[in-house]
Design a protein around this ligand. Structure first.
Ligand SMILES: NC(=O)c1ccc[n+]([C@@H]2O[C@H](COP(=O)([O-])OP(=O)(O)OC[C@H]3O[C@@H](n4cnc5c(N)ncnc54)[C@H](O)[C@@H]3O)[C@@H](O)[C@H]2O)c1
Length: 309
């Protein structure tokens, strides 16, 4: 399919990864429209994608989604709309409707409209029970310990059935810790919040320590776009991979870029494996170019200074 014929829909476009996905597409001149429940365009502004139109709607509303897909002649979907752990806990039935039902709505529309779909799964399909001290292989079974992780695992399973029974192709991506401008919700937003605080000249404390993988939001967005384009066959799912770093190194990079002191709570560890093997994604999509940590941190701080809250 030629780039001219592509028209992307980004669900969850007002979120961190969604805003950057809109930015990547808009910068490349690819027609893109967002779909989101909210109306706060702050992250789109941060990502430099404020020109991208966003249709307001709930991903659980199949008719609303269908209308947007048809009105805009959509060919590709990057499906990111989801509720994270604290919001699901407040209302598990609605959280399940959004995270699982919303994904089924997207896959079912792909069935009737022939769309190419990339969707966000999560490293949360795994837990520390899946950590044997080596990078988790791409096809390792997961043992999630949260509603959210089970939702994402169910989405992967449903995508597999949509391919097997309905011929709907998809690519699922499992991000771990995405960081960058606009990442501000949830426990794993802590490194990004520290960068935003440093940009304001305020000392910060990252709420967990140890070693992890940090994935710069614009890089993650490029992966989602490439994944949607590659979703011609099968129901593949990939770890996002990315640079493995210690949280202490991350704090040092923030200090270097800002001159502000950043502490790390080394007593608290995330309940996930430390590292996921990204080789399968590299092989499938042709090698991901990751922004080095120091450069990503510097860009995040610069962007926060250029676009203050
Ligand atoms: N950020 C990470 O580190 C990370 C890690 C693993 C997985 N993911 C997944 O990647 C995706 C994007 O993450 P993010 O960090 O950008 O999240 P985010 O919370 O910043 O954005 C999610 C967006 O979805 C929208 N949304 C929520 N419910 C909706 C509904 N019912 N209908 C329409 N829109 C709705 C929200 O308004 C929000 O703008 C999510 O699916 C998330 O589970 C993210």
């Amino acid at each position: 399919m030629s780039a001219e014929a592509e028209r992307f829909l980004v669900t969850g476009a007002l979120g961190c990864i969604g805003a950057w996905t809109c930015a990547v597409l808009a910068e490349a001149g690819v027609p893109v429209v967002g779909f989101d429940l909210g109306d706060d365009r702050r992250r789109l502004v941060l990502a430099g994608a404020d020109s991208v139109p966003v249709e307001r709607g709930d991903i659980t509303d199949r008719a609303a989604l269908e209308r947007v897909v048809d009105e805009h002649g959509i060919t590709h979907v990057v499906h990111l709309a989801a509720l994270l752990i604290p919001l699901i806990k407040r209302d598990p039935p609605y959280g399940t409707a959004v995270n699982i039902g919303g994904t089924v709505n997207v896959l079912d529309l792909a069935r009737t409209r022939g769309l190419r779909v990339a969707y966000a799964s999560s490293a949360a399909v795994y837990s520390d029970a899946d950590d044997d001290g080596t990078p988790v292989p791409n096809d390792a079974p997961g043992h999630p310990t949260t509603f959210y992780g089970v939702h994402k695992q169910a989405c992967e399973g449903l995508a597999r059935i949509f391919w097997a029974e309905e011929g709907v192709a998809s690519v699922g991506i499992r991000p771990f810790i995405v960081y960058g401008p606009g990442r501000d919700a949830g426990l794993t937003a802590s490194p990004s919040l520290a960068m935003a605080a440093a940009a304001r000249g305020e000392p910060a404390r990252i709420a967990f320590g140890g070693r992890t993988q940090l994935q710069f939001a614009p890089d993650a967005a490029r992966v989602f776009v490439a994944a949607a384009r590659a979703a011609a066959e099968g129901a593949r799912v990939f770890h996002l991979g990315g640079p493995a770093v210690t949280v202490a190194e991350t704090a040092a990079a923030i200090e270097d870029a800002s001159g502000v002191r950043v502490e790390v709570d080394e007593e608290t560890r995330l309940p996930f494996p430390e590292e996921f093997d990204g080789a399968a994604l590299d092989a499938a999509l042709g090698g991901i170019r990751w922004t080095p940590l120091a450069a990503g941190v510097r860009q995040t701080i610069d962007r926060a200074r250029a676009v203050p809250d």
